[in-house]
Write a protein that binds this ligand. Sequence first.
Ligand SMILES: CC(C)(COP(=O)(O)OP(=O)(O)OC[C@H]1O[C@@H](n2cnc3c(N)ncnc32)[C@H](O)[C@@H]1OP(=O)(O)O)[C@@H](O)C(=O)NCCC(=O)NCCS
Length: 142
Amino acid sequence: MELRWIPFGSPEYREVVELRRRVLRIPLGLDFTPEQLAGEGQDLHLTATEDGNLSGCLMLSDHGGGVVQMRQVCVEPNQQGTGVGAALVRESEAEARRRGYRRMMLHARDIAVGFYERLGYERVGEPFVEVSIPHQEMAKAL
Ligand SMILES: CC(C)(COP(=O)(O)OP(=O)(O)OC[C@H]1O[C@@H](n2cnc3c(N)ncnc32)[C@H](O)[C@@H]1OP(=O)(O)O)[C@@H](O)C(=O)NCCC(=O)NCCS
C-alpha cells in the first residue's frame, strides 16, 4: 500500500471525490455541492493506493488553536477491514504532528466509533445528527 498527500484539483483528487461520493454520500441520497468542493482547496488530502488503484482517502482541515479536523475518511468497500483505514489515520496523525498540531478531532459516524476508539480516540460530548445520521465528536492528543 502506498500513502500519498495529493494536490487539491489534481486527477488523483478527482478520483478521491468520486470514492467519497460513492461510499459516503450516495448511500445517504446526498451529494457534494460545488461550493463544498471549492472550499477544500485549503485542506490536506491523503490517499492510499494499491498497485496505483485508489483504496482509501481522508482529508485534514485546520480547526484553529492547534487543532486539526480529520474528515471524509473512507475505504473502497471491497478493501474495508484490511488495514487501509488505520494506515490513513496513522499517517494523518504523523503529518499533523509535523505541522505542529497538538490535537486531532473528528465527527465519527456511530458505526465507526469503535474504529476510532481502537486508534486511541475518545468521545467528546453528546451524540448529534449530521448528514442525517448519528455522529459522535471524538479527539486525540497528538
Ligand atoms: C470505517 C472505515 C474508514 C475503517 O477503515 P478500514 O480500512 O475498514 O479499517 P481497518 O481495516 O484499518 O481496521 C482497523 C481496526 O479497526 C477495526 N474496525 C474497522 N472498522 C470498524 C468499525 N466500523 N467498528 C469497529 N471497529 C472497526 C478493525 O477490525 C481493525 O481492528 P484490529 O486492529 O483489531 O484488527 C471503513 O470501513 C469505511 O470506509 N467505512 C465506510 C465509510 C465510513 O463509515 N467512514 C467513516 C466516517 S466517520
